[in-house]
Design a protein around this ligand. Structure first.
Ligand code: ZN
Length: 305
């Protein structure tokens, strides 16, 4: 299975259009020891099979244009992208669907409530079904494995298991929390049996989630914030990381410390907010992450499992 990381930043990207935090200021000025990043986007496929997107980021158009093997090859209108698996209804994770609206058929897998939020409550997404069989929506459930199939129903060989990780819907959805649907992590299993976990949002690190992580060959984990009060310290106000459904990376109860014993062969932080000090490769936080055996996901990174 091929895994392509097309984007690795949290919502807003790095730099973020309205931000002059020390990281954004420095990267714009060319003075930053580290890399700019587009909003998180991952794609998977088996060799020569169609691509499946994990989420659809607001930067999807430029991410496809920067990756030749995701571009159309022959017909006037075509795409090697067969489908999109949605882990939540977050805007950073779904707005890219609207960029895929040019009458191109593809599949979308998502929880029932996520489909209802997009299709039932947000009329713009009707552009994805202007014609019959344009986008084909399939319901997924936490704990129920499914197979990624091409548009014509061919089995890609890649299995996908959604794992419930947060009960909170995005603010715009104005919905009561629902524990098994709002946000899931995704475990992708290659035909070889190798597994990659995609968890760009993790609200709680339970023993069950830890045991799931222990069986992976590669973990892509929520690296949104370094500290719980990161935004408050920078802006003077705002929400804590945990209030936003993100366990911070640093600190005694952060994921770096809580997962110190995790022996997963490859461990990468993804969905990194522009304010996170670990983006600075000259800084102590970056060194702490690397010394603990973790990597920071970067745009353009790709590997095989
Ligand atoms: Zn910033």
């Amino acid at each position: 299975m091929q895994v392509k990381i097309l984007g690795s930043a949290a919502g807003g990207g790095f730099p973020q259009w309205n931000c002059t935090c020390p990281n954004c200021y420095a990267v714009r000025g060319g003075q930053f020891c580290g890399k700019a990043r587009s909003q998180t986007q991952v794609a998977v496929r088996t060799d020569d099979g169609p691509w499946f997107l994990l989420g659809a980021s607001p930067d999807l158009r430029s991410q496809i244009e920067s990756s030749p093997d995701l571009q159309p090859l022959s017909e006037t209108r075509s795409s090697p992208i067969s489908g999109v698996v949605l882990a939540s209804a977050d805007l950073d994770h779904t707005l890219g669907l609207l960029l895929l609206r040019e009458l191109q058929p593809f599949k979308v897998w998502a929880a029932e409530s996520v489909i209802q939020i997009l299709r039932g409550e947000n009329s713009m997404f009707r552009m994805l079904n202007r014609v019959a069989d344009q986008v084909r929506w399939t319901t997924i459930r936490a704990g129920v494995r499914f197979t990624l199939k091409s548009l014509v129903g061919n089995d890609s060989g890649i299995g996908c298991m959604p794992i419930a990780v947060s009960s909170c819907y995005p603010a715009y959805a104005n919905r009561e929390p629902q524990s098994d649907e709002a946000v899931v992590g995704l475990i992708l299993t290659a035909p070889s049996g190798s597994k990659v976990g995609f968890f760009p949002q993790l609200a709680l690190l339970t023993p069950e989630v830890k045991s799931v992580f222990a069986k992976l060959d590669c973990l892509l984990l929520d690296g949104t914030f370094w500290s719980d009060d990161e935004l408050i310290r920078l802006q003077g106000s705002g929400q804590r990381a945990r209030e936003m459904g993100h366990i911070p990376v640093g600190g005694e109860d952060g994921t770096l410390q809580q997962l110190a014993e995790l022996s997963t062969p490859r461990k990468m932080y993804i969905h990194i907010n522009n304010t996170n000090p670990m983006l600075n490769e000259a800084g102590a936080e970056y060194r702490a992450v690397r010394d603990a055996g973790w990597e920071l996901a970067e745009d353009g990174c790709h590997f095989k499992l």
